[in-house]
Ligand binder design. Sequence first.
Ligand code: ZN
Length: 114
Amino acid sequence: MHEGTIAREIIRTAREEAKKAGMKKIARVKVVIGEMHAVVDEALRFLFDIMKEEEGLGEAVLEIEKKPVEVKCKICGEKFHPEDPVFVCPSCGSIETQLITGDEMYIESLEGEK
Ligand SMILES: [Zn+2]
C-alpha cells in the first residue's frame, strides 16, 4: 500500500502545518510528487478521502502536482527524461547520470480557515 503510506504522511504533515499556522480547518492541500515515486493519482486521492474523514479533515481537497523525472548525464551534460528505470544517456550512452527532478515529495501549500 504505497499510496496509503503517502496519504497518511500527507495528512499527518498537513495537520502539523495547519496547527503551526493556527488554521482550524484545512480546505485544500497541494502536494508535489515526483514521477520517481510512481504514485497513482486516483489511488492516492481515493485513500486520502477515506483517511481524511477519520482524521477530522473532512473538507480538505487534495491537489496533486506531478514532477517529471529529469536526469543529467555526468559525461556530456545532456538532459533527458528517461523512459526506463535504468538511466542511459541518449546522447553518449553513458549510465553516469544524476537525477535533477523527479524524487520530490512535499506539501507545497495549504489553504484553510483560521
Ligand atoms: Zn551523455
